[in-house]
Structures are given as C-alpha cells and as structure tokens.
Design a protein around this ligand. Sequence first.
Ligand code: MN3
Length: 240
Amino acid sequence: MNKRTFLKNSAILGLGGAIAGTFPGTINAAGLNSWSGGEAYELPELGFAYDALEPHFDAMTMEVHHTKHHAGYTRKFNAAVKESGLEDVGIKEIFKNVSSKSTGIRNNGGGFYNHKIFWKGLSPQGGGEPAGDLLKALEKSFGSFEKFRETFSKAASTRFGSGWAWLVNTDSGLAVSSTPNQDNPLMDVSDVKGFPLLCIDVWEHAYYLKYQNRRGDYISAFWNVVNWDFVANQFNKSKK
Ligand code: MN3
C-alpha cells in the first residue's frame, strides 16, 4: 500500500465514522467499528504502510499476515457467526461463552480479534518505554519495566507451537499470560482472564520469512515497535 492509497483509505474511514456518528442507528454498510452484533466484521486497516516497521518486521510478512491470514480469519468468522445465528451477539459476549460455541467461532473469532489488537499495539514510532500510570502499574506487578519485558518475552518464547503472549489487566492487577492457537484472555477457556492490553503473535507465519526458526530474535525486535500509547489507552479503558 503506497502513501496515497493509505491517505485515501484513511479519508474514507474517517468519513464512514462521521456518517455513522451523525446518524445513529443507520446501518453502516461497510461494517466499520462494528463490535456489537448485527453487522459484518471488517478487516481493519493497519494505520501504516506494510514496510513501515522495517527493519524489525519486514514488509512481505506484514502484507501476507494482514491480507491473507487476518483477512481469512475475518471472512471465516463472518461465515461462522451467520451459521451459528450469532449476528446479534457482541464479540466480547461470544468470547465469554466461547466454550459452548463451535470451533469455527472460537478459532476465527480469536483470529479476527487478536490480530486487531496486535496491529494496534505496533507503530513505526513505537518502542522505548511506557510512562505514567501504566509504568507504575507494571512496576507494581512485576517489580520493574525490565522485569515485565523479560516475563512477557519468556511467555512468548516458551509458548509451545502456535499462539500468543499477552499483557492482561486482571482482577488482581497486571499479568502476563500466553494462549494456544487463537484463544485470548476474554475467552472463558483462558487460564488468565482479563482485559488485553498488548499481545504478540508467535505463530510461525508472523516471523518465519524473516527470522525462520529464530523466534527469540523476532520477540526482541517486537520491543522496537510496541505502541505504548495504545497500551496506555487500553489500560485506561480496562479500568472503566
Ligand atoms: Mn497471525
């Protein structure tokens, strides 16, 4: 995606939001910002070009990951939602009872949602360290930011097979966890339940083109592109 296409898409997204905001109740045909039931789930824009995270995340991986993997989960989730008659149930409500839903709902719903959080947690201007309340909360739960980073990296590197590592706000403070496949902390099947603040995809499709079997190098690179502004926003949302 070149810069012009990105700007054009951004303008369209902005307009869609404005229209939806001006006429509440109007069905948003594009399914933008559709988190409640009744509307199609839409593949979100990344918000930056595929090559914007170079050299940490390569353009080819980003493009395939977004346009093939995430698009596939999104398409299949929409189909599964229709098949299960869950059009009027919000995604978080679906996750809360996912153990009673089909495998298609669990895997593709997780795939749709997890990648959405993953992309938002990345930024070409990312990296560095968090500040303010988020930093204080990390220090309270892990001792220090450095200790948190170690804990999160370890959860990501030791997840056997495909899955995710998470920073989660739980009833007892911030915690790090990992989930297999496309499970996430909003699901009733998750060992650690809570509000997801940050995640890393450790499926091989997320890193194999550039890093091959070196998952640890991919995890190290991840810290250079973490969007701490997004994580701080998620933290604020989780407290409401
Ligand atoms: Mn993935």
